[in-house]
Design a protein around this ligand. Structure first.
Ligand code: OOG
Ligand code: MG
Length: 262
């Protein structure tokens, strides 16, 4: 760790205020050039602790930057994780108030719900598949708190991997008859196709993203309890949105899910 406990606490307050006030701030590594990945997670976990202390529930976890398309879009070449708070959840088809966000983007993801605890280190795809209750298609709304959506790895980790909102929809299905690697999907904005992908874009298999998160959490002595929702990361690049836009995700075998902005 390069940062003191006080600095971690100050930066957690700084980034959480930016989130709650929907205000872009400079990337924290500009002020703290020596900041490490471990510092980034310490800040993220401090933001999570503050929210929980105020009564916010943590409803899941997300993997970030798990596909080439996503890494290329933001210029970071390493996967991360972030937490999902109760107020991030949006209903399928809902139109959300864009004024509460800074410069949102929407990305297509595959969500897992666990029926058994997963614990690392050494968690692998087999363990994840054995512990999966069902999968569903999801849209994640990301909203970096940094000016111009620009960041390096420790900065985005500290900013809870840009988490802002998410919506689950379509059909929930057990894994038995699905090959998540070859499931195709189309992301549309306002009726126009924007991007296309298949599950294998996410670390070769979306279950690998769940294992990755479990193994990263193990470094802090944490596991994922039964019932946890896990978003496995954007399959394609994310689409920027403005008021009036509607984004629809169509998937092969898992149905569709949408979100709008007003
Ligand atoms: C970082 C968050 C990445 C994903 O699915 O790749 C993420 C970002 O792109 O701002 O949620
Ligand atoms: Mg995401």
């Amino acid at each position: 760790m390069a940062l003191s406990k006080e600095t971690v606490s100050d930066l957690a307050g700084f980034l959480e205020r930016a989130e709650l006030e929907a205000r872009a701030v400079p990337q924290i590594s500009l002020q703290h050039p020596g900041i490490t990945e471990e510092d980034g997670y310490a800040i993220q976990h401090e933001i999570r602790r503050r929210k929980q202390a105020r009564g916010t529930r943590i409803v899941g976890i997300k993997a970030g930057l798990t596909s080439r398309a996503k890494m290329k879009q933001v210029g970071v070449d390493q996967p991360s994780y972030g937490f999902l708070a109760d107020y991030f959840a949006v209903n399928d088809g809902e139109r959300i108030d864009i004024g509460k966000l800074i410069h949102p983007r929407v990305e297509p993801e595959i969500a897992f719900v666990l029926n058994r605890e997963l614990e690392g280190p050494g968690c692998h795809i087999g363990a994840v598949l054995a512990a999966t209750d069902f999968v569903m298609p999801a849209l994640e709304v990301i909203d970096s708190r940094y000016e111009n959506f620009k960041f390096d790895f420790p900065s985005v980790v500290a900013d809870n991997s840009s988490s802002a909102r998410f919506v689950l929809g379509g059909r929930c299905r057990a894994l038995e008859d699905l090959d998540l690697r070859t499931i195709g999907l189309v992301l549309e904005k306002n009726g126009e196709p924007f991007s296309f992908g298949a599950g294998a874009a996410v670390l070769g298999h979306p279950a690998a993203a769940v294992a990755m998160v479990v193994n990263l959490l193990a470094r802090r002595g944490e596991s994922l309890p039964a019932g946890t929702l896990v978003l496995t990361g954007g399959v394609t690049e994310a689409v920027p949105v403005a008021a009036g836009d509607v984004v629809l995700l169509r998937t092969q075998s898992l149905g569709s899910v949408s979100i709008g902005f007003k």
